[in-house]
Design a protein around this ligand. Sequence first.
Ligand SMILES: NC(=O)C1=CN([C@@H]2O[C@H](COP(=O)(O)OP(=O)(O)OC[C@H]3O[C@@H](n4cnc5c(N)ncnc54)[C@H](OP(=O)(O)O)[C@@H]3O)[C@@H](O)[C@H]2O)C=CC1
Ligand SMILES: CC(=O)[C@@H](O)[C@H](O)COP(=O)(O)O
Ligand SMILES: [Mn+2]
Length: 385
Amino acid sequence: MKYISLLGATGSIGDQTLDVLRAHPEMFKLSAMSAGRNLEKAESIIREFKPELAAVISKEDASTLQNNCGSSTKIVYGSEGLREVAAFHKSDILVNAVMGSVGLLPTLEAIKEGKQIALANKETLVTAGHIVMEAAKKSGVSILPVDSEHSAIFQCLNGEDKKEAERLILTASGGSFRDRTREELKDVTVTEALNHPNWSMGAKITIDSATMMNKGLEVIEAHWLFSFDYTKIDVILHKESIIHSMVEFKDTSVIAHLGQPDMRVPIQYALSYPKRLEHSGGRRLNLWETGKLHFQEMDFSRFRCLEFAYEAGKTGGTMPAVLNAANEAAVEAFLQGQISFLQIEDLIHETMQAHSPVAHPALEALQEADRWARGFAVSLLNKGR
Ligand SMILES: NC(=O)C1=CN([C@@H]2O[C@H](COP(=O)(O)OP(=O)(O)OC[C@H]3O[C@@H](n4cnc5c(N)ncnc54)[C@H](OP(=O)(O)O)[C@@H]3O)[C@@H](O)[C@H]2O)C=CC1
Ligand SMILES: CC(=O)[C@@H](O)[C@H](O)COP(=O)(O)O
Ligand SMILES: [Mn+2]
């Protein structure tokens, strides 16, 4: 039996992780979990899975939930609560599926306690990749990717000599506006942006996918997970999301990972690795039904956020943390109707331009950069951008 701590249990990855646990009760048990503000859903998960520990954001919500759920689940709160869940003594694995850089400290806490990490929260590695990877190495902990592209690359590299791999090729669906010109993006609505063609995901990542920042964050995530230089990480457009990513080797062979777009597959693989388990509800891939697969070269002037991410990654130091935090602030402002879709990239760009990066930052410097970038992006908003 593997005991699981799940951060972000009420979200999209949270839902699908719980599906995997439901499908394999003989293998996995939820021992601790966190929710954000969705108390109703948190209560229903607690009633079904009976974890020993659960965290929410506020003290008031913790007290409400404790009253509603009884004493067999201890309810904690705040950033300390997230850390308690991540490091829960009975858990073997942390599935980190919270949204945003709030996921960083609990990941580090779990690593310190020797937990295996199944990482969906890409913002953790974008913000502090060098610190997280170094800590994992020191503790002998493996970080298993949940993000579909990285799970694909992980599988393509499995059993291969990494030194013989020349290039990682991440596929990008193009998101909600893949067939629109920049001119056609001026007046798009939040509802339109939230309509991803292939994946049903949380709001923030769906907007990231539409701006192509998701792929930018994934390039940085791949850099840290697989130790590839940015010049050896490429992105191509592939609108069907059937090939989840590829690796090219020095003999020109390319190994690709294919499957229906279904996050339960990489989540389950990260939990069961190195074994594979049945996925009885999963749709099989019949390529004759799919018919054609399409590919297109990435246009960096159409998708500026991808360019910003490469730039931030290559600059290194505190810049990726700034990119990420400015993006989180900008996406939130777009979701709240405060800025237009194209202003997301303006806000990120201006924040990056105003930042003087610190090389080889310690955790505190990264946290400071994260705070600064959010504050700066919001100050731009207040200036009426
Ligand atoms: N969805 C997907 O298919 C994929 C997601 N990812 C990554 O996984 C992560 C989660 O994505 P997704 O599940 O879509 O996101 P959702 O928005 O659906 O879920 C986010 C979860 O985090 C909780 N949460 C949000 N903010 C906070 C906070 N400040 N403190 C504590 N908890 C918080 C939410 O709680 P509540 O709802 O209760 O407020 C919810 O449980 C992201 O990093 C994303 O990039 C990666 C690949 C695919
Ligand atoms: C499911 C998953 O891993 C998402 O990150 C997905 O990749 C989003 O798709 P695009 O960013 O390619 O639109
Ligand atoms: Mn992805």
